[in-house]
Design a binder for this molecule. Structure first.
Ligand code: GDP
Length: 449
């Protein structure tokens, strides 16, 4: 089946691109494209392009560039034609309609990449990486996606499965020749290899959480009693006036969310109502929101007024975020200081004058430290959720196999468990997946990709 879709966004722009893939791609292109030399797309070599008119049935719609890719040397592995025309929504849709009229089917979400996977041009993790490249919002997310595109996750999964296969073959040798003296089948060797698999899987799983930080951002709450300068701090961090600041206590009633980019790290900031005994109903609502947003946050900026001694309300603020990764922000350092800094001696402290923005630039180092991340560390590849779930399943079976081996259970039991673990890794790499998993992966793509 030949499919077609507009691969550029549904918006007016300089250029729009319509992609056709499948056995009739060139035949369809012959019907709509007229080059000045009269050469037809089906006569063009792969990796060549031509200028011409897009004129189905002699009816000129636009002019543009047509590029030919011939199977198997194309993105999908099939014959592919890409037509770049002027970037109008109407004109590009009109051209697509003509292509569909000539027999192509509309491509589903991610259909081109799915075909690339089904035709063996990409592994499943590489196909997923394509999506990650499209959605990357920072260098860490982009370099992770590129590493995955180069096969980094696939290779890691393969290394682990290779070890599991070694374990399985030792076990098989042992079962087949129980009386022989087989050094590779020594129980310590088997448990040792399983332990290596366990650690490698754990590392891949923990990379998922770190990856989420870079891919999706860290929910971060700014909390503190009224008037310590939370809104002023938020504005200083974002570099512009976002929430209204007044001298009256308790004016920030609704939670406001903003994204703050600190190098690769994105903080999803929420400014909340002051934490205190709320008098009015609206304020009470605000305090609840404040506690809620602190609960949801992965990082808390706890703000204190440096010109005042710590109050019981401040203690309440500290209590709300006592089990959270947090940064103690001491504000108003321009005023004579009364706060007891010793109280925070084991914490990450950020001293600022929010009003002028002095000191707020240190938030980056503080946030990286609070989240246990390394600034400018070597690029890492982060597993996505599907891959993490496969790793977790593999880990469960590897751990059970290891325990069974240590307990001295029958080798059959160990074999079954190690085999299950290997199966989970084959699912990760896409070498043994169900159609439903493949459908699910590509349903997240956009049409035309
Ligand atoms: P919130 O209730 O915690 O959101 O506090 P606001 O941001 O509304 O600030 C309360 C008051 O503190 C306002 O009058 C601000 O101008 C003042 N303020 C904020 N930051 C500073 C600062 O760094 N130095 C001084 N002196 N005053 C500040």
């Amino acid at each position: 089946m030949t499919v077609a879709a507009i691969s550029t966004p549904a918006a007016v722009g300089g250029i729009a691109m319509i992609r056709i893939s499948g056995e009739s791609a060139l035949k369809i292109a012959d019907e709509i494209f007229v080059s000045p030399s009269g050469k037809k797309p089906s006569q063009m070599a792969g990796y060549t392009c031509a200028y011409g008119e897009i004129a189905p049935g002699g009816n000129r719609l636009d002019d543009g560039i047509l590029t030919v890719f011939r199977s198997p040397k194309s993105y999908t592995g099939e014959d592919v034609v890409e037509i770049s025309c002027h970037g109008g929504i109407y004109v590009s849709r009109k051209i697509l309609r003509e292509i569909l009229r000539l027999g192509a089917e509309p491509a589903g979400p991610g259909e081109f990449t799915k075909r690339a996977f089904l035709n063996g041009k990409l592994s499943l993790t590489q196909a997923e990486a394509v999506m990650d490249i499209v959605s990357a919002e920072g260098d860490a997310a982009l370099s992770s996606a590129n590493l995955m595109r180069e096969g980094a996750i696939y290779k890691k999964a393969r290394e682990i499965s290779k070890k599991l296969v070694e374990v399985l073959s030792s076990l098989a040798a042992w079962t087949d020749y129980p009386d022989e003296d087989l050094p590779e089948a020594e129980p310590e060797k088997i448990t040792g290899k399983l332990a290596e698999c366990r650690e490698a899987l754990k590392k891949l799983i923990s990379g998922y959480d770190e990856g989420l930080i870079f891919k999706e951002g860290v929910p971060c709450a700014i909390v503190g009693r009224p008037n310590v300068g939370k809104s002023t701090l938020m504005n200083a961090l974002l570099g512009y006036e976002r929430s209204i600041v007044t001298d009256e206590a308790g004016t920030t009633r609704d939670v406001i969310e903003e994204r703050l980019r600190l190098g690769d790290l994105i903080l999803k900031l929420s400014d909340t109502a002051g934490l205190r005994e709320a008098k009015s109903e609206a304020e009470r609502q605000g305090v609840r929101l404040s506690e809620k947003s602190a609960e949801r946050a992965s990082l808390v900026l706890a703000v204190f007024d440096g010109s005042r001694e710590l109050s019981p309300e401040d203690m309440e603020v500290l209590k709300i975020c006592e089990n959270k990764r947090r940064i103690i922000v001491i504000n108003k350092v321009d005023l004579p200081q009364k706060i007891d800094k010793e109280y925070f001696k084991d914490e990450i402290i950020l001293e600022v004058e929010a009003k002028t923005g002095r000191g707020v630039e240190k938030i980056k180092a503080a946030a990286y430290e609070a989240l246990g991340l390394e600034q400018g560390g070597a690029p890492e590849v982060y597993a996505n959720e599907r891959q993490k779930l496969c790793c977790e399943r593999a880990l469960k079976f590897v751990s059970e196999a290891e325990e069974a081996a240590l307990r001295g259970e029958t080798l059959d039991a160990v074999t079954v468990l190690a085999d299950e673990a290997a199966g989970a890794l084959l699912e990760l790499s896409g070498e043994r997946v169900t159609e439903a998993v493949v459908e699910d992966v590509f349903s997240r793509f956009c049409v035309g990709k």
